[in-house]
Design a protein around this ligand. Structure first.
Ligand code: ADP
Ligand code: MG
Length: 261
């Protein structure tokens, strides 16, 4: 089963004038980005530069102080009435959030559920998919990430790389238009990194819009259409990998790349 027929066509993400503070600390200081449907964007930047916070604003895990995020023209977290934005009720936010899958550094699998149950659970609960259908789809998605044989294993019986692949299958189970990865290989032993990157590489050609925060520079160069370098809550520079990674224009980008390579 190839990824092309298992994933949904990607959405366009518009991020406009996004600001976010925690207490007195302004973590996002005016972010503007448009990510085209089916594109692959790698976000690079030092620790604390606001990368995770930016990802979390895309599915409204962080309400914004200013600005908007829209997916295919639908503003996330708000309903537009004329020129005024009204905050959506929780139930509507949850519905919007099913369009955006997220994969975290630390897997976040349910320890008491098998791999198959982890993948089948969300479509049953969030979308009301019948059990047999959710299970059949979960099997296809486990096959896509190379884990058919591990369907009945519990997370503690899986390696970190296998757990992360289950987490990717689980994120795909809701049929998202957008997949967000927050340092998906940072918690893995070095020998397990490649199996997870290989799965993401497969998804990159399948048409879902991907946004990947990563410190894997050569991976970013290979898979990303576009690289965004953030520092101090702003986008310092962005462009194709051949520009941002191989010929950075800003000193801050150059010194960051020198440190992580
Ligand atoms: P990155 O992912 O680039 O390392 P983050 O977006 O996680 O950066 O964090 C940016 C800054 O915001 C950091 O200084 C962090 O401590 C702070 N921060 C993030 N989330 C919260 C929060 N919920 N409450 C307070 N401060 C936060
Ligand atoms: Mg982070």
């Amino acid at each position: 089963m190839s990824a092309e027929i298992l994933v949904r066509r990607g959405g366009r993400i518009e991020i406009h004038d996004v600001h976010k503070s925690f207490g007195g600390l302004e973590v996002l200081r005016g972010i503007d980005l448009t990510l085209e449907p089916g594109s692959v964007t790698a976000i690079l930047g030092p620790s604390g530069s606001g990368k995770s916070t930016l990802l979390r604003t895309i599915n409204y895990l962080e309400p914004l102080d200013r600005g908007i995020v829209a997916i295919d023209g639908e503003v996330i977290g708000y309903r537009r009435v004329g020129d005024v934005l009204h905050e959506l009720p929780e139930r509507e936010v949850l519905r919007q959030r099913t369009r955006v899958g997220m994969v975290f550094q630390s897997f976040h699998l349910f320890a008491h559920l098998t791999a198959l149950q982890n993948v089948a659970e969300a479509p049953r609960r969030a979308l009301g998919v019948p059990k047999a259908d959710a299970i059949a789809r979960a099997r296809e998605l486990l096959a896509l990430v190379g884990l058919e044989e591990k369907a009945h294993a519990f997370p503690r019986q899986l390696s970190g790389g296998q757990q992360q692949r289950v987490a990717i299958a689980r994120a795909l189970a809701l049929d998202p238009q957008v997949l967000l990865f927050d340092e998906p290989t940072s918690a893995l032993d070095p020998e397990l990194v490649e199996e997870v990157l290989a799965v993401i590489r497969g998804l990159a050609t399948a048409g879902t819009t991907l946004v990947i925060v990563t410190h894997e520079i050569s991976f970013a160069r290979d898979v990303a259409d576009r690289v965004v370098f953030m520092d101090g809550g702003v986008v310092v520079e962005e462009g194709p990998p051949s520009q941002v990674i191989d010929a950075p224009r800003h000193e801050r980008t150059r010194s960051f790349l020198a440190r992580v390579r």
